[in-house]
Design a protein around this ligand. Structure first.
Ligand code: PHE
Length: 356
């Protein structure tokens, strides 16, 4: 056996497996050194001692070499692993895509916050509404031509649905009997619902989805949003309405913002107006909604309903004003969006532009 060659082979072992193989090869039970030691007994004493000494030296040398190489290989492996797993804590992290509020939600919040500052509460109402709250109680009986202004989605209940679904009135009572059911064509129905449930004075705004049976095009969608406002109290006047809408104009368009009012007709207000806001940056009037003094018919309808519920009449001697405006309409004009249908196609390339 060539000890020099063996030591060199161990020193060059490329990996731990190979090293283990060499260990077995030389020092294992049937290894070369072990075998040679077994034959010592057959030698004459003089030779045996000499050969024994040499074999022991070899064995020791091999063990040391194996140990040294093993340590080396392990160190190399550790270094390689450290290099591979190296973590550069100064690298920028992964930016996970984050969601954001839809442009409509942003505008609703902006509007609502302006009114919150003026002491208004924010309330919401049902989207499937009784014909009574959407039309009749708002001074729009079945035969009223004003109903044509709002092409309506009527909701048909089949027997199964009727049992599972009833329209609830302001106190949770079933009002399915009060005419048919509609997808609300405006948020004005909440004027009635809120007045039935509360006694004046109060100030509320009502954001929400509304639906019209429209042929959709760049400026018409079958679903859009409105913000309704209602203020009722003992001495509420048209001047208060003008003040609030003017304040809204300043909230939206800065201190140069102002509002303009022109007479128009809605069955549930008298007098009725439409209002526009001055956009100083563009030197333009934006037609944004309708408003007016609450029609006495509404107070009567509300008090009659309250009386039927065993509640005291609460609206005699009261006055109030209401307004309604289109949420998408404001966004369309202010951002120059050419087509209302973009709002609900959920294309990220559109929505991302309004992340604020
Ligand atoms: N509800 C009306 C519409 O949808 C707007 C409006 C609300 C007008 C309140 C007057 C008062 O067109």
């Amino acid at each position: 056996m060539d000890i020099e060659a063996a030591l060199e082979e161990i020193g060059r072992a490329p990996n731990l497996e190979r090293l283990q193989g060499l260990k077995v090869h030389y020092l294992g039970k049937n290894g070369q050194v072990t075998q040679a030691m077994k034959t010592l007994g057959q030698l004459p004493p003089e030779e045996r001692r000499e050969k024994g000494r040499v074999l022991n030296e070899w064995k020791r040398a091999l063990e040391l070499a194996l140990e040294a190489r093993e340590a080396q290989l392990k160190e190399q492996a550790l270094q390689a692993q450290l290099e591979q797993e190296a973590l550069d804590v100064s690298l920028p992290g992964y930016a996970f895509p984050s969601g954001g509020l839809h442009i409509t939600s942003r505008i609703v919040l902006e509007l609502v916050n302006i009114f919150r500052r003026l002491g208004f509460s924010v309330v919401e109402g049902p989207e499937v509404e009784s014909e009574f709250f959407n039309f009749d109680a708002l001074n729009m009986p079945e035969w009223h031509p004003a109903r044509d202004m709002q092409d309506t989605f009527w909701v048909e209940f089949n027997r199964a649905a009727e049992e599972a679904f009833t329209i609830q009135g302001p106190f949770g009572e079933d009002v399915t009997g009060l005419g048919g059911a509609v997808l609300r064509t405006h948020t004005s129905g909440m004027q009635i619902r809120y007045m039935i449930q509360h006694t004046p004075p109060f100030r509320i705004v009502v954001p929400g989805r509304v639906f019209r049976y429209e042929q959709t095009d760049a400026s018409h969608e079958a679903m859009f949003h409105q913000l309704e406002g209602l203020v009722v109290g003992p001495n509420i006047t048209m001047a208060d309405l003008k003040g609030a809408i003017s304040e809204l104009a300043r909230g939206l368009f800065g201190k140069e913002g102002k509002a303009r009012f022109q007479p128009t007709f809605f069955p549930f207000v008298e007098p009725g107006v439409q209002f526009a806001m001055w956009w100083p940056e563009r030197q333009k009037w934006l037609e944004l909604g309708g408003a007016g003094m609450v029609h006495p018919y509404l107070f009567k309808a509300v008090d009659d309903y309250r009386e039927r519920q065993g509640l005291p009449r609460a609206y005699e001697g009261m006055t109030g004003w209401a307004f309604g405006m289109g949420v998408e309409r404001l966004a369309l004009l202010r951002y120059g969006i050419p087509d209302i249908r973009y709002f609900y196609q959920n294309r990220l390339s559109f929505l991302r532009q309004f992340r604020g």
